[in-house]
Write a protein of this length. Structure first.
Length: 270
């Protein structure tokens, strides 16, 4: 059995998840990669095995399945594979207004972005504590620090949840050797905006607002090693977070309402 620490990365087939997989492999971690697109996972795992001489296991899974997290952890335990680093990255956006989508769409979103990260942490945490080492990274967003906007109704709410969850869990794990961090990037260059249909809108954002996925991953891993419960990537994003903390709630909400149409897709109403 390999002596390397092993990381589980969800949503590893593209974007920030793929960047975390690459950075972890570069640091010598063995990997378990999960996402829905098995072909992409296989290609990535093969590349990382050959480049870094690590073990990379592919576990295709749709985390929208209610039994997905439990089944994944059970399969790992059956193979004697322990997880030292958990990167809860899987996520997406649901364009449009809340009532425009069937409840089944929202239920799947909540399962993937809120329930699955919580359950994976719950199921993997006891063994991490028993070994005296663990790292849990919940990929949140700057959106979790600012008022919600019209459209993509549950997205900011789910990210705010991950931030508060990470803070509480980090406090509970103090002194155990387990570190928990909510990583909060802003606009990050990836295919996320193509999937949500917002590429045309967000392409109008100035270059200084954007980060690249490898930088987000590197900074996130540095933050969890440093024991930071919440980490906001980039000076611009930190400035935005600070500004909204200082503004009165009503003014902050008006600002988001005015600017939100620049990067949120959905029908114009009202």
């Amino acid at each position: 059995m390999a002596s390397n620490r092993r990381a589980l990365v969800t949503g590893a087939s593209a974007g920030i998840g793929e960047a975390f997989a690459r950075e972890l492999a570069r640091r010598g971690h063995d990997l378990v990669l999960t996402a829905r697109r098995a072909d992409r996972l296989e290609a990535l795992a093969k590349e990382l095995r050959e480049r870094h001489a690590i073990e990379a296991i592919v576990a295709p899974l749709d985390l929208a399945r209610a039994d997905g997290p439990e089944a994944l952890v059970a399969a790992l335990e059956a193979q004697g594979l322990s997880i030292d680093v958990l990167v809860n990255n899987a996520g997406y956006g649901v364009p449009g207004y809340f009532e425009d989508q069937p409840w089944s769409t929202h239920a799947a979103f909540i399962q993937v972005l809120m329930t699955a990260p919580s359950e994976l942490a719950y199921r993997l945490l006891p063994a991490m504590k028993a070994r005296g080492y663990g790292r849990i990274l919940n990929i949140a967003s700057l959106a979790g620090h600012v008022p919600g906007s019209a459209g993509h109704t549950l997205y900011a709410a789910s990210k705010a949840y991950l931030i508060k969850f990470s803070q509480s869990l980090a406090l509970e794990c103090a002194g155990t050797g387990v570190h928990v961090t909510a990583v909060c990037p802003g606009f990050t260059r990836s295919e996320f905006h193509d999937v949500t249909g917002s590429r045309e809108l967000v392409s109008k954002m100035p270059d200084f607002m954007w980060m690249d996925a490898p930088t987000v991953a590197r900074q996130g891993l540095e933050a969890v090693e440093a024991g930071k419960a919440v980490y906001v990537n980039g000076r611009v994003n930190n400035a935005i977070k600070g500004l909204f903390k200082l503004l009165p709630d009503a003014l902050a909400l008006r600002m988001v309402a005015k600017q939100g149409r620049r990067f949120r897709t959905g029908p114009r109403r009202g």
